[in-house]
Design a protein around this ligand. Structure first.
Ligand SMILES: [Mg+2]
Length: 326
């Protein structure tokens, strides 16, 4: 992990992410907020960002209830969907979202938004996932360098918002960015938002810049020092090739990436990611306290907490020397 540095040069606290802060034409307001909040070091949010399918859950989420309900074999479905995408030069994610409902209609099965949410209850999670969030919170709160640190978990998934909403862990996430349907747009539900592998990186930058409202543009330049969640404070968890763009963005900018594989099998992909320096660590997707994944994540948290503490100390010295030089 060459090229590590302490927190970027800091300015005052940013407004809370997720707020309705306008991006354009808001400079004077931002300045006022900055002036009022300058007594505080504003880079103390840690963001753990997860892929869903294969990372928190063993199989693609559509395989647990949607496909059985319409009587299609998952492997046949994905083969057909990928074949159509190849032949039509179509986006594979738009293709699968369309084909799912096309198949449901052919079988005469109606699946509305509420049905999809209900399907979330059937989704399996890897061991320990349910308690992971509390365990990490405990680890941080008991850490000597955790004073004032805020921990957030985010989900960025190509799967379906509606199914995720029905899972037992939805409430653990500060925000969820996932593909979604419009249910009344046309005859068939129509993709409203499609989160592709590369598209996932947009949401990483949204977390970094504190611009989580999707009606606000992410493209406006924001200097590193004004970004409320530095990459240095972020860890991305993924399971495979579809996570490569996210892992690359994360690591290139000073953040961290962890790859997981199903416990006891399919380790090859992780080894490839590790050897290609896509991830800092890899481990079986066992989220229980004491597992390799838990221990390696805690190592990264130790480093992040130390970086935050150093950044805060430097910031306080900057403030003190500024005041002294007046
Ligand atoms: Mg995955």
């Amino acid at each position: 992990m060459a090229g590590r540095r302490t927190q970027p040069p800091t300015q005052a606290v940013e407004p809370k992410s997720g707020s309705k802060r306008p991006v354009r034409g808001a400079k004077s307001k931002a300045k006022r907020v900055a002036k009022n909040a300058s007594e505080e070091f504003g880079k103390k949010t840690i963001a753990l960002v997860y892929d869903f399918d294969g990372t928190l859950s063993p199989r693609p989420m559509q395989e647990y209830a949607f496909m059985p309900k319409i009587g299609i074999d998952p492997q046949d479905f994905w083969d057909e969907s990928n074949k159509i995408a190849r032949e039509q030069q179509a986006d594979p994610l738009i293709t699968y979202m369309h084909l799912l409902y096309k198949k449901a209609k052919e079988k005469g099965v109606r699946i509305d938004r509420e049905d999809l949410v209900a399907q979330g209850r059937d989704v399996d999670l890897f061991p320990g996932v349910t308690n992971w969030f509390a365990a990490i919170k405990d680890y941080i709160s008991e850490h000597p360098a955790s004073h004032g640190v805020e921990l957030r978990h985010y989900l960025i998934s190509s799967g379906l918002t509606e199914i995720i909403e029905g899972t037992s862990i939805r409430g653990e996430f500060h925000n969820v960015f996932a593909s979604e349907y419009w249910f009344d747009a046309y005859d068939l539900p129509y993709p409203k938002r499609v989160i592709t592998d590369t598209g996932k990186t947009q949401y990483i930058f949204r977390i970094n810049k504190g611009i989580e409202d999707l009606d606000q543009s992410i493209n406006e330049h924001m200097p590193e020092g004004r970004r409320p969640v530095p990459f240095l404070n972020m860890v991305y968890f993924g399971d495979g090739d579809t996570d490569v763009p996210s892992m690359a963005v994360m690591r290139k900018n000073g953040g961290y990436a962890v790859a997981v594989h199903p416990p006891g099998k399919a380790v090859e992909n992780c080894i490839k990611l590790f050897q290609a320096q896509r991830c800092d660590f890899f481990a079986p997707a066992d989220y229980r306290v004491g597992s390799d994944l838990y221990k390696r994540t805690c190592l990264l948290l130790d480093r992040i907490l130390a970086d935050i503490r150093i950044g805060e100390e430097v910031w306080q010295m900057e403030q003190a020397t500024k005041a002294g030089s007046k």
